[in-house]
Design a protein around this ligand. Sequence first.
Ligand code: PEP
Ligand code: MG
Length: 569
Amino acid sequence: MLKGTITSSGIGIGRAVILHQAENAAHPIHVTDPAPELLLFQAAVAEAVHEVEALRVRTLAALGEDKAAIFEAHAQILQDPEFQAQVREEISTHRLTAVEASRRVSQTFIRMFQEMDNAYMRERAIDVKDVTGRLLRKLQQIPEIDLSSFDSDTILIAGDITPSQMAMLDHKKVKGIITEAGGKNSHTSIMARTLEIPAMAGVKDATTLIKASAEVILDAEAGVILWNPQPEVKNDYSKKILVLEEQKRNLLEYLELEPVTADGSTVSLYANISSPQDLASVIKNGAQGIGLFRTEFIFMDRALAPTEEEQYLIYKSVLEGMKGLPVVIRTLDVGGDKQIPYLRIPTEANPFLGLRAIRYCLRNVEIFKTQLRALLRSSVHGRLSIMFPMISNLEEVLEARSLLTEIAFELKAQGVPVSADIMIGIMIEVPSAALLADVLAQHVDFFSIGTNDLIQYLCAVDRMNESIKELYDPYHPAVLRLIGQVIRAAQDQKIKVSMCGEMASLPGLSQVLLGLGLREFSMNPASILRMKKLVRATKLEDARDLSKKMLGLSSGREIKLYLDSLVCI
Ligand code: PEP
Ligand code: MG
């Protein structure tokens, strides 16, 4: 049995698929006899070329010449005489193993491409990384795993899974995700919750202890993992899954009911999404709109940024899909744990404190402008709000707004229609913005409180770091005080305020938030009906008393203990 942190609740049963990372796998560095290594290298290249060619043929048939061309480029890289000569040289002269020699030469080539002046060539670095990764897997006999299609119900087990790998996932077949690294607040975990895939992180040695194809039970209710279970144990778990499904079905009685408190105040419950595919779940769970569309995910799983036209069609489809309900689309929040190689963010010592989100966009205005144009063009297809992430000062708000105005002006001059009713808002997720909320509120139409980042920046605790996870504390009185302050600033300036961080769906805390005056909540679609049930059972008067009481306590532990002791839904 293994244990770990539950990042997305539920129970999943399936066959283990292990995702090994070839680049980091342990391997011998030196050999005494280079001859077998040279042969190994030659065979691995041939095998990788063969695979790439098969992929080219398959892609050509399924997706056309454009998409297939990438595999032609991959074959060329593998067969590049210079690349091959350098690897052979490393093996023969420095007595390196074929794996180590290939790893070193690959890194040199990736760096060389990344540093090229020509933008097109720079973007090829991702292809080099991709195809040399394949070569390394061949050399280490690590099986290829196609994340976009699995043969049977799968429990995916990995050292870690990046948000872009999550974006590729054949999620209907994935019954659970287990990672050795990662934590509750990573984007990978947030996506697992949106997709309603049970997941656990921080599960030590999972990739070595559990063997490929073993039958695995991931109990992300109790926080345990079992493999090769006895039939009666599996039977018990199958029954538990049925009970969970029944509980979900029972919540459906709330689908048509309004989210009003027991004493008649209206609350709005919106959904967070990261792709148009999430709309089905948004509608199934009766969300009243989209409170956060994380657009960076449409930039992932591809070799180049989506064009203006591609983006326009995506935004249009979401706006149309929501049939006039409000849709908040957040501009590109790249950086931090959301790395997109072709955007070429330099390696940083502290990516979460670095070139992220609006900071990246204001320094790479061509990418930003393309997105803003696509957004403005899409605005006539629904009720659009545009939101800027990671604002930390007033200048960023003014600069982003001025770019938006400039583009709207250009579009109108070209005769392209743009809605006159777009609301412009900002994320409040950096403490400096939260403390300056009274000033910032004078320049925007709405705030959305991003507690995932606000907590990490306020408490100085990396949202991804499992070893100090207890310090990442949504119950911290400083967090509650600051949120209260932001809500009041918005109310004073008569602008809207919502919350789209994960805290918005924590049962006890959401009652405190209601008491602090919050009326708009955005969360993963699967949490909406449970939240509606809770809202309908809450009296605002009680929520106000509760928030006063909680603000009077001096530690997160006390607050959590008190809230956990309440009967929660
Ligand atoms: C947040 O920080 O709370 C948020 C919603 O943004 P993200 O999780 O995408 O950083
Ligand atoms: Mg954030």
